[in-house]
Design a protein around this ligand. Sequence first.
Ligand code: GRG
Length: 283
Amino acid sequence: MNELEQVIPADWDVPTHLKESMMYSLMAGGKRLRPVLVLAATEAFGVDRKAALPVAAAVEMVHTYSLIHDDLPAMDNDDYRRGRLTNHKVYGEAMAILAGDALLTHAFYSIIQSGRKYGIPADRLLDIVEDLSEYAGARGMVGGQVADMEGEQGMTSMSQLEYIHLHKTGDLMIFSLVAGGRIAGANEEQLDALRIFGRDLGLAFQIQDDILDLIGDEQKLGKKTQSDVAQQKVTYPYFIGMEESVAEVKRLTESAKDALIQGGIPDPTRLFEIADYLMKRDH
Ligand code: GRG
């Protein structure tokens, strides 16, 4: 996305290694799911997606920061992400932490810029900034990450697992959809519909992740049976089995789509397509 390439203006005086480290992870690819949700939500109201580009870039910056920090030795200690070496493997731990911090901070700048560039009213920007602080922070993604970390040390219940999925993964998706709606001037009922869509979609996305993870593990372990593998990781298939998990992804996708119809979203076609694509994805 061109918008991402230009997030740090050329005339800004930013230390070279910091800029490189930020751009290394930001431009490493990935599905760009969250920006796509912002743009599709704006388009669902017949509004030009251009005005939503800075907010779409902002949510990808927040997502990228979370991946950089998640990969650090103090967290998941991963060597590869998005098909290349993780940020700290290339730039060192200290720079990876700072690149993540800078991406998170810069996301808020990008949102404010959308007001200046495209004339989005200040009250809408205020709501978007408030939402991002909540959905990405302690009550949102960071809280979900902490619950996940703590869950790894002891037994996780089904409701704890749902909390982790909803916050760690779902909240940025809800933010993306609601922000797209806010840019387009959606009313409260429509914003609620986008929230429900995001919640169900986020949960379906994560259950599908669990399913794909299990299939991947099985292929690696060869001889082990599905249930042997499922018993080792506390995931949806662990609690309700593979078949039920697949059915749950379908059920959540349908209820997500239904919320958009009930909530009077003028043209949800693209959002429907995204929901269907996610349900069928194999990576
Ligand atoms: C460090 C505050 C903090 C949070 C980390 C996002 C996250 C929270 C952890 C990443 C680990 C993980 C596998 C999370 C669950 C699903 C998820 C969010 C996967 C990554 O999102 P994708 O699949 O990634 O959209 P791409 O690379 O396609 O953007």
